[in-house]
Ligand binder design. Structure first.
Ligand SMILES: Nc1ncnc2c1ncn2[C@@H]1O[C@H](COP(=O)(O)OP(=O)(O)OP(=O)(O)O)[C@@H](O)[C@H]1O
Ligand SMILES: [Mg+2]
Length: 454
């Protein structure tokens, strides 16, 4: 069953329940009102039958009831008397008898029971009647009770008609609710339909550039917005994966071709031993470079892995250890350290790799007799060297993948070092920057958000 149909059924059911409740209440109130009127008219008839006419000078007769055929013809209905012994006599005699219940009889026979007057339903000549039973004289225990009954045919007809009208009205209401529900559900479901179509299109075509158009600020608009954000993130991640694969395959091709050419030369031609050793040395170096390149590419690809262990890291201690390692790898370089304790959040191995890449560059471009200044303060690691520095034109590009300034091409490297640094910084909520200090050299920074040690 579609959601739209479910909505329509639910709204029709809600309207049906409301209509049933309202109709029931209306029917009950009208019935009560009509019965009250009948009861009042029955009371009036009883009063008329027991009103003592003016008897000049005479004493009113005890247990006076005056019902003659004239009165019955005038008022309609049925009258009967129950005497104090419980004997029932229709009035005028020989007219139709009203069935008497024990409770009604008690009104005539047992004055002490406190039963003064009562209303009941009975059936006379196959017709529903309302019966009013009241004592003829409540103060005189010798008087019985008078019963007055009135057929309810016209009241029943009115009620039946009311019931039919309420039923037809109810059905029309439910029908109208269903139609309106259909229209409203259609309008309300439009954004959901749009979202479904978009996600189906994305699933079918893998086209992540599709977005949901959405206006307003309601729940559906928020859902669509987060859906669009998710598509954007997916598109970005897919695009960067594709770009990485494209860049990597491009960069791998050159050293692989050179290595293959060298191996082919070795296979095909008889070379003197020295030349052969030289080519073999070349091949070995190219394979080493390839290994570094592959490690860097894998590192870059790992950067987009979502589930690396993030922890609190003492940035100053991490930098201290990385510098110690750089000292071992590059004994000719000199480092000066200025470390302020600070805590950041990140993946320690990735942060170490980023700092190591900055140190590696500084060692590469720094003349041996100049110090490499390493500082850690407020979540910022800065590495400054006194080498040739970076040209202004290269400054905005050095963090790009595989970018190497033309002056750097003579030195070993693949141009992935700073791309890894940027990726690590950004994936930890930080950023990178580079500048060319006025007195020469290069100054590179990783800025990470610090966390409060408390
Ligand atoms: N300290 C520096 N001094 C001068 N130039 C630098 C410095 N650091 C980076 N660069 C320039 O930025 C470019 C990119 O640096 P990056 O670290 O990404 O690549 P790489 O060092 O050439 O190779 P890799 O780090 O992948 O081995 C370098 O090729 C160089 O031109
Ligand atoms: Mg480098």
């Amino acid at each position: 069953m579609s959601f739209r149909l479910r909505l329509i059924i639910m709204s029709a059911l809600a309207v049906a329940a409301a209509i049933a409740l309202t109709s029931g209440t209306v029917y009950f109130l009208v019935n009560n009102q009509l019965i009250k009127e009948v009861d009042r008219s029955l009371q009036d008839r009883a009063a008329q039958a027991t009103t003592i006419p003016h008897i000049s000078g005479g004493i009113p007769p005890p247990c006076f009831v005056s019902v003659n055929s004239h009165l019955v013809a005038l008022l309609g209905g049925y009258f009967q008397e129950i005497d104090k012994s419980g004997k029932v006599s229709p009035l005028p005699s020989k007219s139709t008898r009203i069935p008497v219940t024990a409770q009604e009889r008690k009104v005539a026979t047992d004055k002490r029971s406190g039963q003064l007057a009562r209303y009941d339903y009975a059936t006379v000549k196959g017709q529903r009647v309302r019966v009013f039973t009241s004592p003829i004289d409540p103060t005189d225990p010798n008087c019985g009770a008078l019963q007055v009954a009135r057929p309810l045919a016209s009241l029943d007809r009115t009620l039946r008609q009311l019931a039919v009208e309420l039923f037809v009205l109810g059905l029309s209401g439910i029908g109208l609710a269903a139609i309106l529900g259909w229209v409203i559900a259609g309008a309300a479901m439009r954004p959901v339909r749009h979202m479904t179509q978009t996600s189906e299109h994305v699933a079918r075509t893998r086209d992540l550039s599709r977005r949901i158009e959405m206006r307003g600020h309601d729940e559906l608009a928020r859902l669509a917005k987060s859906f669009n954000t998710m598509l954007e993130a997916l598109e970005f991640s897919l695009r960067s994966q594709r770009q990485l694969v494209a860049d990597a395959s491009h960069e791998l091709r050159t050293p692989l071709t050179t290595a293959k050419t060298n191996v082919d030369v070795l296979r095909r031609t008889e070379l003197p031993k020295e030349e052969r050793d030289l080519i073999l040395h070349d091949v070995s170096q190219q394979i080493d470079e390839l290994a570094v390149l592959v490690t860097d590419i894998v590192d870059l690809a790992r950067g987009v892995e979502p589930n690396l262990e993030i922890e609190d890291v003492r940035l100053d201690l991490l930098v201290e250890q990385t510098v110690a390692r750089a000292r071992r790898l590059s004994p000719r370089s000199t480092f000066t350290l200025e470390l302020e304790p600070c805590l950041v959040r990140g993946v320690p191995s990735r942060l170490e790799r980023a700092v190591a890449n900055l140190l590696d560059n500084a060692c590469k471009w720094s003349p041996p007799d100049t110090p490499i200044e390493v500082k850690v303060s407020q979540g910022t690691v800065s590495v400054r060297d006194h080498g040739q520095g970076i040209d202004d034109a290269d400054l905005p590009l050095v963090f790009d993948r595989f970018y190497r300034a033309s002056s750097a091409r003579a030195l070993p490297g693949t141009g992935l070092g700073l791309a890894i640094v940027r990726q690590v910084a950004e994936s930890n909520g930080g950023r990178v920057s580079v500048e060319r200090p006025s007195d020469g050299g290069a100054l590179l920074r990783i800025e990470l958000p610090v966390i409060d040690e408390g």
